[in-house]
Design a protein around this ligand. Structure first.
Ligand code: F0G
Length: 464
């Protein structure tokens, strides 16, 4: 037997059985498309995009096994065997008995907040709530409080667990306000701060703090497997452990979980709530009949449940996770080497470019993130999303006065199992060319904006 060295190249651990063409439009064509879209990438038709990095949500490539699952999905209204398989998969993963499917993550959030009967004055704390979570908390009348760890403030430090919740701030807040705190949610990985992981130590710490007060801890598990893999890589105690067992332990410290299955379940649609407390689960089941449907299908088809049960298995494949985390990092390193500052360390599902640093000549109220994301489409065919003052800035409805977001970022989210390394190399190469012209990019002004969630429908004009 020959002793060859281990390959340095990490391969996509799958081969491709079914393909979709992507179009390389000429830049002149994209010029027309982006102008007609009012310089808003949400208004661009997907077929006019070459690399769609708008989101990693619902955009995964399903496996042959998942497609086979679709064919055997059972569409019985009640008690479908597909539900039973889904329930078994979620129970096995989370250890929670009460498994409630929902049509996506935000409906799980809605049902949970409603079932808790939150009211004005109540607080729901998070390591940083995702925007739909925040919206659902606020919609229920309660306050959504973010307590990210201090390490997130420095985007360039390589701290290993920048997704953590600030345990000191949590303890301090509870000393004065415990009776008002109804729930704590740890989002793993923490999407809003760059897809950064949460350590097991941090989850255990949060549980220890909350237990004496009887405040429930929930895991937003949208990207639980990516988080578990980071724990294996970065937390000594877990180096030799299986990712599946690490994930199980993450859930074991919590009282329940909510998940958008459009991420780490390789689903194109779906979500769930998994809850330890039978009374809370009962309240959710009673509520959901009004909006989601019967509790054994929760707004999904039986075939969806079947595909998700299989996806939850596949996501824990360590060859897949090695490829997933390394390929995102490879992309981030390439973008950085091409001359753009990115959030460090590179997160699990996306690369976040610091557009404020890239375009110092464009002030925040001329939207450097918008400018860079339009340029990425216009010149390369990449669809990204601005996460800066267009999306997160606020506007006083009476005075029209604007407030900036904390950072001007552009997110390049990577759909799972969709793009190959040569796609990524192409993007890195072209971003390198674009980086030489950043000084020529101009800011934008709104020509239309809706009063809420303006980034979806806004129109812009480039400034001279
Ligand atoms: N929680 C997290 C951490 C998320 O990232 C998302 C969605 C949700 C909840 C809501 O789930 O979309 O199924 O209703 N994130 C997507 C994104 C939209 O692009 O980051 P959903």
């Amino acid at each position: 037997m020959l002793e060859l060295p281990r390959a340095k190249t990490i391969i996509e651990p799958f081969r491709i059985k079914s393909v979709e063409p992507i179009r390389l439009l000429p830049a002149s064509e994209r010029d027309r498309v982006i102008h007609e879209a009012g310089y808003n990438l949400f208004k661009v038709r997907a077929q006019d995009v070459t690399f769609d990095l708008l989101t990693d949500s619902g955009t995964s490539a399903m496996s042959a096994r998942q497609w086979a699952g679709i064919m055997v999905g059972d569409e019985s209204y009640a008690g479908s065997p597909s539900f039973q398989r889904f329930e078994t998969a979620v129970r096995g993963l989370t250890g929670f008995d009460n498994v409630i499917p929902t049509h996506q993550g935000r409906s799980a959030e809605f049902l949970l907040m409603q079932a808790l009967e939150l009211k004005a004055g109540d607080v729901v704390i998070g390591n940083t709530h995702f925007d739909t979570t925040r919206a659902n908390i606020e919609h229920s009348g309660a306050e959504a409080l973010d307590l990210p760890c201090p390490e997130t403030a420095d985007t360039q430090s390589n701290a290993p667990f920048k997704g953590n919740i600030d345990l000191e701030a949590l303890s301090l807040f509870l000393k004065k306000n415990a009776p008002r705190v109804r729930l704590v949610i740890i989002t793993a990985t923490n999407n809003s701060v760059g897809g950064q992981p949460v350590s097991m130590k941090n989850i255990r710490g949060a549980q220890r703090i909350l237990e004496p007060y009887g405040i429930p801890l929930f895991l937003d598990a949208a990207r639980f497997a990516e988080n578990a893999f980071f724990i294996k890589q970065r937390e000594k105690e877990f180096q030799g452990k299986e990712v599946r067992d690490i994930a199980r332990e993450m859930f074991s410290h919590c009282d329940g979980a909510l998940m958008s299955a459009k991420k780490d379940a390789f689903g194109n649609i779906g979500g769930f709530l998994a809850i330890r407390d039978p009374a809370l689960a009962e309240a959710v089941r009673n509520l959901m009949v009004i909006t989601e449907g019967f509790p054994t299908y929760g707004g999904l088809a039986g075939r969806d449940l079947e595909a998700l049960a299989i996806g939850l298995e596949e996501i824990l494949d360590e060859d897949y996770l090695t490829y997933r985390i390394r390929s995102t990092e490879y992309f981030g390193e390439g973008v950085q080497a091409a001359g753009l500052k990115v959030i460090r360390p590179i997160g699990g599902h996306a690369v976040y470019i610091d557009a404020g640093a890239a375009l110092p000549h464009v002030p925040w109220n001329e939207y450097p993130g918008q400018s860079l994301s339009v340029a990425l489409y216009h010149h390369i065919g990449i669809r990204s999303v601005e996460v800066g003052s267009v999306m997160l800035g606020s506007r006083n409805p009476t005075t029209g006065e604007e407030r900036p977001a904390p950072r001007e970022l552009v997110r390049l989210a990577i759909p799972r199992r969709v793009y190959t390394q040569s796609h990524v190399d192409y993007m890195i190469e072209m971003i390198g060319h674009l980086a030489k012209h950043l000084g020529e990019l101009r800011g934008y002004a709104f020509t239309y904006q809706a009063p809420v969630l303006r980034h979806f429908t806004a129109k812009f004009t480039p400034l001279a």
